[in-house]
Design a protein around this ligand. Structure first.
Ligand code: 2AM
Length: 175
């Protein structure tokens, strides 16, 4: 099972953001992420056995006690040219989110799981367009309302020819 922890978006915001993604893909090519798939990854776990799930859910419940319930606001749009990926960043809450991601990682590691790329710095981002065909030179910031991240989820990713399908396996609301 290919698994990761992520923050879901409120549906109305996901719809608005998906419209931006579609319009950016119209301009720069590539595959816009549909509303139902928009998320902010907290921790990517990679492939785990289904039998590992109970221990992972228990570790997440433990970490969830420190979930800070953040108010998030989109920041600038950016591109990772090598991955041909266009993403939206977040402002003020980044340090708190990075702190929670690190805590979730260490809780999961203490439960015996190894986390791929554990040494890589956490860059909170929402991927909007994959496989860009042209790289933008300038991207205006998104004008979208702030949102309260009131829960995080464990998602299973299944890759298909028409894109990923994400299935929630657990959800932890703010305490
Ligand atoms: P991305 O949007 O930048 O591709 C499911 O794949 C989620 O986990 C995506 O949000 C993806 O980020 C993120 N992720 C982080 N590290 C990953 C990795 N090594 N392989 C695949 N996805 C990864």
């Amino acid at each position: 099972m290919r698994l990761f922890f992520a923050l879901p978006l409120p549906p109305a915001l996901a719809t608005a953001l998906a419209a931006h993604a579609a319009s950016l893909a119209g301009e720069y090519g590539g595959r816009p992420v549909p509303a139902v798939n928009l998320h902010l990854t907290l921790l990517f776990l990679g492939d785990l056995a289904a039998t590992d799930l109970p221990a992972l859910l228990a570790a997440a419940s433990q970490a969830a006690q420190a979930w800070p319930r953040l108010d998030l606001q989109f920041g600038p749009l950016a591109v990772w040219p090598h991955q041909r990926l266009l993403w939206a960043g977040l402002q003020p809450a980044v340090p708190k989110l990075a702190e929670f991601s690190a805590m979730l990682r260490s809780t999961v590691e203490r439960a015996g799981f190894s986390v791929p790329e554990a040494g890589r710095p956490f860059v909170p981002h929402l991927t909007l367009v994959r496989k860009l065909t042209r790289l933008p030179e300038f991207l205006p910031p998104l004008q979208l309302p702030a949102w309260g991240a009131t829960r995080f989820e464990l998602l299973q990713s299944t890759r298909t020819a028409s894109g990923a399908i994400y299935r929630p396996l657990g959800a932890w609301p703010a305490p």
